[in-house]
Ligand binder design. Structure first.
Ligand code: HEM
Ligand code: HEM
Length: 348
């Protein structure tokens, strides 16, 4: 299968390898982290039971930006996961159908293909499973699978695009296939070549002294036990807080993973989120109650580690975290086919 050309190739001067180094901080950092591949099509390798093709990518991109598959026909994935700023919505908790406020803060879609499970409580196993949630959630897009299929089938250009993406299927316009194509598109939403990744690859000058002190403090104080690896997350669930209950925790008794597992240790446990591009993803936590990154770091140190960091250390860690901002996906805004007289009308 020919790999879709989703984005421009990375600058040829940057080589995707870890250069040999004597820099002790780089050596230590490499034991905890990994750079994101420069070729974002590497994201496809993480897909399961979904073979990426250029046709699925193009269709998935259109459906990601397609508001007509919501009941109001105003809300698309991009409404709450805006690819122009960090893949989320800058709301405390998301606003969806009928201006309703949802129960949790929207996490970023950027690099989400690295998550071993999706949502704050991990209730979806992968991105195609996940995408079916917001389309149907009454506080998000408020559609039904039948409605989504009806809208898409009313537009002949879409029917043709589904046939091309799923050759050999007699009736390819299905809710499952909507999710499959969106997953293929999302798999390419990686943010490579951050200054932190350049540092990991062996460029000692990619971080300044303050940022290096922040990285050291981040590793020495144990942030890495929950936020490490390629996507700066262990992918685990932890009680928020493990050591001390933070005020930023509670939103209408949301007990996190306990809601799906009912296991005792899961009470108030939430997924440790990625910290890549975290300067873009305010407000913070599942509750969205903290707008300031420094305050979020202070909350973490007391709630998860039971320590109090100095203001200087907090500033250094924040400076370090900002170096994880990578190159944002270059997505050409898709032109969507016109509605027909048979296309259902928006309802509220
Ligand atoms: C969670 C994608 C539509 C709000 C997520 C996640 C992904 C995603 C991948 C999980 C990220 C993670 O766990 O790190 C999509 C796609 C959509 C879509 C593909 C379109 C089909 C929306 C809309 C809204 C929204 C329209 C707002 C009205 C949220 C919220 C969460 C979330 C609040 C967290 C929910 C929880 O953890 O319980 N979305 N999203 N999403 N999204 Fe979306
Ligand atoms: C959330 C940083 C230590 C588990 C966050 C967020 C930041 C952060 C900035 C908010 C991200 C967002 O909402 O997008 C740090 C720093 C740490 C640290 C700088 C060290 C000082 C830890 C540790 C654990 C942990 C040790 C696990 C025991 C979590 C969890 C969340 C989170 C579960 C989500 C909480 C929720 O919203 O319910 N962290 N973290 N963190 N972190 Fe940490």
């Amino acid at each position: 299968v020919e790999a879709p050309k989703a984005v421009e190739p990375a600058p040829s001067a940057v080589v995707d390898e870890l250069k040999p180094t004597q820099d002790e901080l780089i050596i230590e950092a490499r034991t905890n982290f990994e750079p994101i591949p420069l070729n974002v099509e590497e994201g496809y390798k993480l897909l399961k039971n979904n073979t990426p093709t250029p046709e699925k990518f193009e269709l998935g991109k259109m459906l990601y930006f397609e508001p007509r598959i919501s009941k109001s026909q105003l809300i698309s994935c991009n409404t709450c996961h805006n690819l122009s700023f960090g893949g989320d919505d800058y709301q405390q908790t998301s606003i969806g159908h009928g201006w309703q406020r949802g129960p949790r803060n929207a996490p970023t879609v950027l690099n989400s293909v690295y998550n071993t499970a999706q949502f704050w409580d991990g209730r979806a196993g992968d991105l195609k499973d996940q995408a079916k949630g917001p389309l149907q959630a009454s506080v998000e897009m408020a559609a039904t699978p039948a409605y989504v299929v009806e809208v898409l089938k009313s537009i002949p250009a879409y029917v043709e695009l589904f046939k091309a993406a799923f050759p050999g299927e007699a009736d390819p316009v299905t809710f499952d296939n909507v999710a499959n194509t969106i997953e293929v598109f999302e798999a390419t939403l990686l943010t490579p070549n951050s200054r932190f990744d350049q540092f990991l690859r062996g460029d000692s000058n990619a971080l300044n002294e303050t940022e290096k002190k922040g990285l050291k403090a981040y590793m020495d104080n144990g942030c890495v036990s929950c936020h490490s690896g390629i996507n700066l997350t262990s992918d685990g669930y932890y009680p928020f807080g493990l050591k001390e209950t933070p005020e930023a925790r509670l939103l209408a008794g949301d007990k996190g993973r306990f809601g799906i597992s009912e296991a005792e240790g899961d009470e108030f446990a939430f997924k440790a989120p990625t910290l890549r591009n975290v300067e873009y993803t305010a407000p913070y936590f599942h509750s969205g109650l903290v707008w300031d990154l420094g305050e979020a770091v202070a909350v973490m140190s007391s709630s998860q580690l039971g320590i109090e960091l100095s203001n200087e250390e907090i500033e250094q860690i924040v400076a370090f975290l900002k170096t994880t901002t990578g190159e944002m996906p270059k997505v050409e805004y898709p032109v969507l086919p016109a509605s027909t007289i048979n296309t259902p009308k928006p309802t509220f």
